[in-house]
Design a protein around this ligand. Structure first.
Ligand code: IVH
Length: 774
């Protein structure tokens, strides 16, 4: 039945389909359809609901994107209090033998309580997140609350509804009329990395660990924020259940939850006796770093519910003499050694990476974290240092999860010694002394030393020699490492003074290959300006930008003399930005009707038409530049809008600054001089200008765009065309001479047809090159 006939049936069907695929994805980890197909179902449902708002129900998957923000969280009382677990102390966790003893102790007490030789346990990871109590009534999620103090929690229903793995409606059948399900909301490790990366770029809050991030994401008054966090949940227990328990054992009950679409940890196991429990503890501990989410230990629970009840009874009897315990006696958590410790920042230094990134590093008083001694930790970047206000002398938390590099999540300000000074970014590179630059809005500071900086030297030389740059065949990583380590090459210019004996003396190098390398170096002396510019390794200047720079400036001298102004030109009408410009032009093109033709009249008309958005001052300025309505309409948004226009194809403000800065460095200018002195050369622009000489490459000055599948890899075809003197561009424009189209050519082919650009095949090209005509 189509949605036009019965939208409510279609909405219902879509919801069931989406629920089903959510299950495949989140519960069984085994999706059946590609994401795009899933998205299509989702959008169809959303569109139908938008057209028929009366069909929206709170359990619709679309409602998971988060509703309106709340003023405060309401307090709710759990029907059955949420208890916590008795767990091993930190000293026990640090000592493997003590942990094992504690497990045997627990097992001994259980065997005694239950008068049993061997007890069966349910073992599962202790998840490091936030405990949640979810109430399902008639299969529908009606309430979700945080644990709070165990009796009263906060109502986070709207937030929990945004978690994709939480079913708003239980699948299957046979669920109790009312049931409280308990579980842990966690943030997968990758999710934490992604959130923190974004926070670092945008200057938001960086979370110290997944638990903080899970809690911070869930306890958001605005559920739309929660919806953007990739939270998930694992269910491990129950509160009130109307109509009695789900099964006879903890494990079977959990299985029923899984059947109803509630996620359960895949690590849950039923074990006989304490030895298997000890093995399980160590096994999970060893795999801890590989799990997708953080765990801080393992929980063992007596599996049979009747046995749990027996324990509770014992406990109640004993409580008559003792103070009551907040922990059930039939469960116990064993913690892994903490991966967090306190220490002191002794100093902060700066490391320079192979790409020039200048990174602050904390030198710590050595401390054991998760079984490993840590004495250094990255502070990431200066924004992070300032935000967290790390200073030498500070007492800080050090954290180490799995094999990842140690992190410093936070400082204990209250322990800061008097006179501790803030960390400052050095103005010059600690390795080479070049200027250190940090652009506004960019987190990383960089050494501008480029080719000159030893920290960047090997990488700079490899880049210089790479195929698309100077194309020095045979100059690979092992060779460059040796050349730099032996002090034979300090910058790329030194390559051109290498002697055969020096090369032949390197490991992995015979006389023959030394000779070959020497010839390759020699051959690289003849190149193109674009390749040379690319080879310099100016930050952010890739191959296409290098080509654009070479085309635009024509010679190296002009390029080396550039200022920022050479790259950007302010155009348009001041006061007309990206909002007003399209509005004005859109209006003019959409509603052609009698308008005043020109001059002051046009200005007054504009001011009147767009009042109060456009002042008469702006309207006058527009009419002055575009004196008639036709001129204005033709100009279009781009000419009207006041913004910097890029002068050189693809080079925006950021790259322009990098280029100017690069050539301003004396070291870089020196290396370039040495390279030129070594005999590197390329065709000069005056050699290219004028009529084609018979010696000129056949395609010189032709711009060609490649599209579709050709007889050889695209890179090869591109090299071939370049060697024939062509310019190879990535996009079709009116300036394109030919589009070289292979099989399955797509949008570029259409574009060429629209613009009337000549489309040729590989065969056509061969014919052209062998003197034939197209
Ligand atoms: S069972 C009666 N199982 O640990 C037992 N709790 O200290 C109630 N937790 O608040 C809890 N993983 O936040 C249980 N597999 C697991 C758990 C788990 C993490 C948390 C939970 C609880 C705290 C208990």
């Amino acid at each position: 039945m189509s949605s036009a006939e019965d939208p409510s049936a279609r909405v219902e069907a879509l919801r069931r389909l989406i629920d089903y695929h959510d299950d495949r994805y989140y519960v069984f980890d085994d999706p059946e359809i590609p994401d795009a197909e899933y998205d299509r179902l989702w959008w169809e449902l959303q569109a139908l609901e938008a057209a028929h708002p009366e069909l929206i129900t709170p359990d619709s998957p679309t409602q998971r994107v988060g509703g309106r923000p709340l003023e405060t969280f309401a307090t709710v009382e759990h029907r059955v209090p949420m208890l916590s677990l008795d767990k091993t102390k930190t000293e026990e966790a640090l000592d493997k033998a003590k942990t094992e003893d504690a497990m045997r102790e627990f097992d001994k007490r259980m065997r005694k309580d239950l008068s049993r030789e061997v007890v069966r346990y349910l073992a599962e990871p202790k998840l490091d997140g936030l405990a949640i109590n979810m109430t399902y009534e008639d299969g529908l999620l009606t309430l979700a609350a945080t644990r709070g103090d165990g009796r009263f929690g906060e109502d986070v229903t709207a937030q929990v509804r945004t978690i994709k793995s939480v079913p708003p409606r239980l699948r299957g059948q046979g669920w109790p009329r009312l049931m409280e399900v308990r579980g842990e909301v966690v943030l997968p490790k990758v999710g934490l990395e992604a959130i923190n990366e974004l926070a670092r770029i945008e200057g938001g809050k960086v979370f110290a660990n997944p638990r903080n991030a899970a809690a911070g994401s869930l306890r958001q008054l605005d559920p739309r924020i929660t919806a953007q966090r990739p939270l998930t949940i694992f269910c491990y227990g129950f509160g009130a259940i109307v109509g009695g328990p789900l099964a006879d054992t903890q494990s079977a009950s959990i299985e029923r939850l899984r059947g109803w679409g509630l996620p359960v940890s895949p690590e849950v196991k039923v074990l006989e006796g304490v030895d298997s429990c000890i093995d399980y503890f160590h096994d999970i501990g060893n795999r801890r770093a590989d799990l997708d989410y953080d765990i801080d230990g393992v929980v063992f629970k007596v599996d049979a519910l009747s046995d749990q009840a027996l324990c509770d009874q014992r406990q109640a009897e004993e409580a008559r003499f003792d103070s009551p315990s907040p922990f059930p006696r039939w469960a116990k958590a064993y913690k892994f050694p903490p991966e967090e410790a306190l220490t002191i920042i002794e100093a902060v230094s700066f490391d320079v990476g192979r790409s020039g990134a200048v990174t602050p590093v904390a030198h710590l008083k050595p401390v054991k974290v998760g079984g490993v001694t840590v004495s250094k930790a990255t502070l990431h970047n200066m924004d992070e240092v300032k935000r967290k206000d790390f200073r030498p002398g500070d007492t800080v938390f050090v954290r180490r999860a799995g094999d990842v590099i140690p992190q410093i999540p936070r400082v204990l300000i209250e322990r800061r010694p008097v006179g501790a000074l803030p960390v400052e970014l050095p103005t010059s590179c600690p390795v080479c002394g070049s200027e250190v630059s940090k652009s506004e809005g960019e987190a990383k500071a960089r050494c501008t030393g480029g080719l000159y900086c030893p920290a960047q030297r090997k990488r700079a030389i490899l880049h210089f020699a790479s195929r698309r740059a100077m194309d020095i065949d045979g100059l690979g990583e092992e060779i460059v490492d040796q050349l730099v380590d032996r002090g034979l090459v300090r910058d790329p210019a030194d390559l051109y003074t290498l002697r055969l004996e020096e090369l032949a003396d390197l490991n992995l190098m015979g006389d023959k290959s030394a000779q070959n390398l020497l010839s390759a170096i020699d051959r690289s002396r003849s190149t193109t300006l674009a390749r040379f510019v690319f080879a310099l390794g100016i930050p952010d200047v890739g191959e296409a930008s290098a080509q654009a720079l070479a085309d635009h400036f024509g010679d190296l001298e002009s390029l080396m003399a550039v200022t920022s102004k050479d790259f950007l030109l302010q155009r348009g009408i001041p006061g007309v930005g990206k909002e007003r410009a399209p509005r004005i032009i859109g209006f003019l093109t959409k509603y052609p009707r009698a308008e005043p033709a020109a001059g002051q009249e046009l200005a007054d008309w504009l001011a009147n038409q767009f009042r109060p958005r456009i002042s008469s001052k702006i309207a006058n300025a527009i009419a002055e530049r575009f004196p008639t309505v036709e001129a204005l309409r033709e100009a279009g948004t781009e000419d009207l809008r006041n913004h910097p226009h890029v002068q050189v194809a693809g080079i925006g403000e950021k790259v322009a600054n990098q280029i100017v800065r690069f050539f301003a460095q004396q070291h870089n200018r020196e290396v370039i001089q040495h390279l030129i002195a070594a005999g590197i050369q390329w065709p000069r622009p005056r050699d290219r200008a004028g009529a084609k000489s018979p010696l000129e490459p056949p395609l010189s000055d032709r711009t060609i765009v490649i599209t579709g599948t050709l007889s050889r890899p695209r890179d090869e075809i591109k090299d071939w065309l370049l060697s024939l003197g062509a310019r190879v561009s990535g996009s079709v424009s009116a300036k394109t001479d030919y589009v070289l189209a292979g099989n399955e050519a797509g949008s570029k082919l259409n574009m060429a047809k629209n613009l009337g650009v000549r489309v040729i095949s590989e065969e056509d090209l061969h014919r052209l090159l062998t003197g034939g005509k197209l």
